[in-house]
Write a protein that binds this ligand. Structure first.
Ligand code: SF4
Length: 188
């Protein structure tokens, strides 16, 4: 009989497996003591989806006291069968790594260091640079005199941290500016 992970967890939770092993004379006390120290002991399992590419691997997220305590691949997801690439495997650190960047960083021209800036400051700065670049590079007409409003000095690179809807919004905004050169990182 094929034993799925869920069935195993259910059985072990209900003591069926433990009872069978006990009947075979195997002492489970050391195993129980070890399990009680595991960070996922008593945690709720929530199935989530890795956001980093279109494979969409399922992730089992363990939540305890409203905190994410562990993530792992879902063996029942038929595409990846529980395996995760380096990005998906590092999912937990995306939420709790102390080295994670949590504010915009700016490096001034010719500077050798990054400065932390507010979102207001950085968004105004980006908007000003985009306008400046567009004012310099907008091609209004082609060689035949037809209106094209094409911008070739600005390039847009999408990030796998955006979902489909966010990508659609960015795409529309870029096309609205006239950007023709675009690519996206979240592809296999
Ligand atoms: S980034 Fe990796 S883990 Fe995430 S969905 Fe893609 S292949 Fe799966």
């Amino acid at each position: 009989m094929k034993l799925s992970r869920r069935t195993f967890m259910k059985w072990s939770g209900s003591g069926v497996i433990g009872l069978s092993l006990l009947r075979m004379g195997i002492d489970l006390e050391p195993v129980k003591a070890y399990a009680s120290q595991l960070k996922i002991e008593g945690a709720k399992e929530v199935i989530s989806i890795c956001p980093f590419c279109s494979v969409g691997c399922h992730i089992i997220a363990h939540v305890k006291d409203n905190q994410l305590v562990s993530t792992e691949g879902d063996p029942e997801y038929p595409v990846s069968e529980g395996s995760l690439c380096a990005k998906g495997a590092a999912m937990l650190s995306m939420t709790r790594n102390p080295h994670r960047v949590t504010a915009p960083l700016y490096r001034a021209p010719y500077s050798d260091k990054w400065e932390e800036k507010s979102w207001d400051w950085i968004l105004k700065r980006i908007a000003a640079r985009v306008k400046e670049t567009r004012d310099q590079g907008l091609i209004r007409t082609n060689a035949r005199g037809e209106q094209v409003n094409r911008l070739e000095n600005l390039f847009s690179l999408g990030t796998s941290h955006m979902d489909n809807e966010e990508c659609a919004l960015v795409h529309q905004a870029m096309r609205g500016l006239g950007v023709v050169h675009m690519d996206h990182q979240a592809r296999i």
